[in-house]
Design a protein around this ligand. Structure first.
Ligand code: MBD
Ligand code: FE
Length: 288
């Protein structure tokens, strides 16, 4: 953290920066209230709504749905990396570091069709980044995530810890392959305060199916992103506004030739997905 408190760290926000951010936020909200002549009939429900939102455990969901894409925009502005998008509320620390051949942890009867996800991780000049770390998490074939952050129950309590979550390394050529399942579109909790607001606004509570990634390599900016699938019915109306970017829509290819899938040791068709990621060098602080 810099002395003037202009940066954030895991430990928090510097005092000076905190005063400045809270002060400015206060001003924006006061100005908003004046400009809209917000009445007590409006104010009281807002207070109770935010109270309920906090109690429900949906605050991270709500904040990430509405505002994270702007933090992401600021973070990756002018970055030379391939397309980034929001992390969302369901990343959890400490996923297992997997060993090749890579397979995300899954249940014996994991819902969802078999997926082989391949890709490369390179620098902006195309040089492979050998050993790049890919931290991957996704919903299952029913759109459920395993263990959610503290305070939130898993979408599917039968899923073991870290189901469909794990870290893998790119090989010496910067390439990787990991077996998983094809995730399904995800619906945000519809019974809680977030879903209630979405219905009142008449916007969809669904997110297109997606796979989350955080990709890191020493000396490079960590890339936080998601991949979506061509043809998904929710691509144009994501509940997380602004999260889908054209460059993040990849093609799921179905392989249903029995000879082909049996060669892979499968008794059912499988899908492949490929994506080439680019990481940008970490930016040096600009000298003043
Ligand atoms: C998700 O799975 C997600 O990725 C986001 C951004 C919001 C809610 C649920
Ligand atoms: Fe998600």
């Amino acid at each position: 953290m810099s002395e003037n408190g202009n940066a954030t760290t895991k430990e928090g926000i510097g005092n000076e920066r905190l005063s400045s951010l809270v002060g400015e936020l206060e001003e924006y909200i006061k100005e908003f209230i004046r400009r809209n002549e917000v009445t007590y009939d409006e104010w009281h429900p807002v207070v109770m709504y935010l109270h309920e939102l906090g109690q429900s455990g949906e605050m991270p969901l709500f904040l990430n749905l509405f505002f994270e894409s702007t933090v992401e925009e600021v973070t990756y502005k002018d970055s030379g990396s391939s397309a980034s998008t929001i992390e969302g509320p369901y990343y959890i620390d400490g996923p297992p570091i997997l060993e090749p051949p890579y397979e995300l942890p899954r249940r014996e009867k994991e819902p969802g069709e078999v997926l082989f996800f391949t890709g490369t991780v390179r620098g902006e000049d195309g040089t492979p980044l050998p050993g790049a770390l890919l931290d991957i998490w996704q919903s299952d074939g029913n759109g459920n995530y395993s263990d959610l952050p503290p305070g939130l129950p898993s979408h599917d309590p039968t899923a073991p810890d870290y189901n469909l979550r794990g870290k893998i390394h790119a090989d010496p050529e910067g390439a990787f392959e990991v077996r998983s399942v094809v995730p399904a579109p995800y619906e945000i909790p519809s019974a809680g305060p977030t879903g209630r607001l979405y219905r009142a606004l008449d916007i969809t509570t669904f997110r297109p199916a997606h796979i989350h990634l955080k990709i890191g390599f020493e000396g490079y900016e960590t890339l936080i992103t998601q991949l979506f699938f061509e043809g998904d019915e929710y691509l144009g109306m994501d509940a997380a506004q602004g999260a889908v970017k054209d460059d993040l829509i990849a093609t799921l290819e179905k392989h249903d030739d029995p000879e082909d899938y049996r060669q892979r040791g499968l008794e059912e068709p499988y899908y492949t997905l490929h994506y080439d990621f680019v990481l940008a060098k970490a930016r040096q602080p600009v000298a003043s």
